[in-house]
Design a protein around this ligand. Structure first.
Ligand SMILES: C[S@@+](CC[C@H](N)C(=O)[O-])C[C@H]1O[C@@H](n2cnc3c(N)ncnc32)[C@H](O)[C@@H]1O
Length: 235
């Protein structure tokens, strides 16, 4: 994951690079890496592992692409609020969707989020991807969350995400690829590169980094990452 302790220690792959395999020897994990909690959807453990980590680079790149403009954003699967906070800091109004109560309480405990909940700049909703209804949005951020959508719901969920983004608005986030170790799991969404490109047929892809490499961990923590990091502007 881009700002996750595992992939973040690696140099960025060139844009569009496939099959990038940096020459990093595997290391034993001192404590189970966050992705092991994500593997089994143990979100409280995941949130504890990533506590204090900075906003995702895709979100920062998308905000930067808007320049001084800040509008209405949604943060899908907002987790502990690392990206929600960053959007508020940049003047955005945010609707944060997080179905897990532990995520919502961590998000709401952030001082800036508390203040924004009070003054109405932040709305915090518990809807999952299926239940969420999205207004017209300038930015949809979904950092490492949409792959956890049940596959049978994916087409409808993506259609609603896509429709909610205004012309000139942006999507930021990650989708998982078909060469990822987790693609054999039946409860999450893994797409081929062609399928990812098809999702963004009515967008300009401003940033696409395809991570396709073994993790740095050996043993239980090892996996192959195939992740698309995306910032895209709706035509
Ligand atoms: C790997 S975490 C990412 C959290 C945060 N966006 C981040 O970047 O740290 C995945 C998030 O997706 C949420 N999630 C999982 N399944 C979901 C679903 N069906 N609908 C909405 N959110 C879901 C989890 O509660 C969790 O917060």
């Amino acid at each position: 994951m881009s700002t996750h302790p595992d992939p973040s220690s690696l140099p960025p792959a060139p844009p569009g690079a496939a099959h990038a395999t940096p020459n990093v020897p595997p290391v034993p994990a001192l404590k189970p890496p966050a992705h092991m909690a994500a593997l089994v959807r143990d979100w409280p453990t995941y949130f504890a592992r990533v506590e204090g980590e900075p906003p995702r680079q895709t979100l920062l790149d998308a905000c930067a692409a808007f320049g001084a403009t800040a509008g209405l954003a949604a943060d899908l699967g907002a987790g502990d609020g690392r990206d929600t906070q960053a959007m508020l800091e940049r003047g955005w109004r945010v609707i944060a969707f997080e179905p897990h109560p532990e995520g919502r309480s961590r998000l709401a405990a952030r001082p800036l989020c508390q203040a924004a909940l009070r003054d109405g700049r932040l709305e915090l909703r518990s809807d999952d991807f299926d239940a969420m209804r999205l207004p017209a949005l300038d930015l949809v951020n979904a950092s490492f969350s949409l792959p956890f959508c049940p596959p049978r719901l994916w087409a409808g969920v993506w259609a609603r995400v896509r429709a909610s983004i205004r012309p000139g608005g942006r999507f930021a986030g990650q989708l998982f690829g078909d060469r990822d170790s987790w693609s054999t799991l039946e409860d999450r969404v893994h797409l081929t590169r062609a399928e990812v490109l098809d999702c963004f047929a009515d967008f300009v892809l401003e940033h696409l980094r395809e991570e396709d490499r073994p993790s740095k961990y050996e043993g239980e923590g090892h996996k192959h990452w195939h992740v698309f990091h995306l910032v895209a502007r709706k035509r």
